[in-house]
Design a protein. Structure first.
Length: 250
């Protein structure tokens, strides 16, 4: 299994903090967000490589992090060549680039957006993915309607199959919200290529998921444990404060 980290965004909502520094490397509880993720990936069987997609501006900083990371697998940093928000490839454009430039086409993948502060055990999700051999979304239960409309909404049947997916709906009907963490089998990659060739949205992965649900069985699994979406300065401050409070009680 390959782990693909989508870190090529510019996080303009967090300027000026992110003008010259990638938010995926912001420290929370004493270590970068990506290092927290590596700690969780360490419990997964079969991982043999981490592929990190970066823009050109931040590639040197990610390369420095990769050299110093205590990681049992090689970390490959791919510079997508973009230099600013206006010419970025988008998350799905970057994922397609990883398929072209690495052996990903023949492998399962755990695809994660770099602003996910993952503090829950990934192993149960990996086990259900291995048993189904189908695309699988990580889902959380959103507390209220306001927070639900900021994420992709999933409706599941009794087997866990996604029967409908909507990206950031204004009228959410389900409390199951997708975080940007996906387990994907190799059969997904030709579908991604077709989706992009048909003019699909190249940035928000939720639009691809909504399309994918209509093409092939896709499943959803709730996460069990804490997770933070570091999307703005407030969410970063909240994550830092809450984890510091936990550490002070330990």
């Amino acid at each position: 299994m390959k782990v693909v980290l989508l870190c090529a965004g510019y996080a303009t909502r967090m300027y000026p903090l992110t003008r010259d520094f990638p938010k995926a490397l912001f420290e929370v509880a004493g270590k970068p967000i990506l290092t927290h993720l590596l700690d969780r990936i360490a419990n997964l069987p079969g991982v043999d490589e981490v592929v990190l997609l970066s823009n050109h501006r931040f590639a040197p900083q990610f390369e420095a992090w990769a050299r110093n990371a205590r990681c049992p697998w090689p970390i490959r940093v791919i510079d997508d060549g973009s230099t600013e928000e206006s010419n970025r490839l988008g998350a799905l454009g970057d994922l397609a680039l990883a398929v072209r430039e690495t052996p990903l086409a023949d492998h399962d993948a755990l695809v994660v957006a770099g602003d996910n502060l993952v503090l829950f055990d990934l192993a149960p999700l990996a086990r259900t993915f291995a048993s189904r051999r189908a695309p699988q979304l990580a889902l959380r239960r959103a507390a209220n309607d306001a927070s639900r409309s900021r994420y992709g909404e999933a409706l599941l049947d009794r087997s866990g199959r996604v029967v409908r997916f909507r990206e950031k709906p204004p009228d959410p009907e389900s409390d199951l919200a997708a975080i940007a963490l996906y387990f994907l089998p190799p059969a997904t990659w030709p579908l991604l290529e077709r989706y992009l060739a048909e003019g699909g949205n190249r940035d928000a992965p939720g639009h691809f998921v909504a399309w994918l649900v209509r093409e092939t069985p896709v499943y959803g699994e709730p996460i069990a444990g804490p997770w933070y979406d570091i999307g703005d300065l407030d969410s970063l401050a909240r994550a830092r404060a809450e984890l510091e409070a936990v550490e002070s009680r330990a």
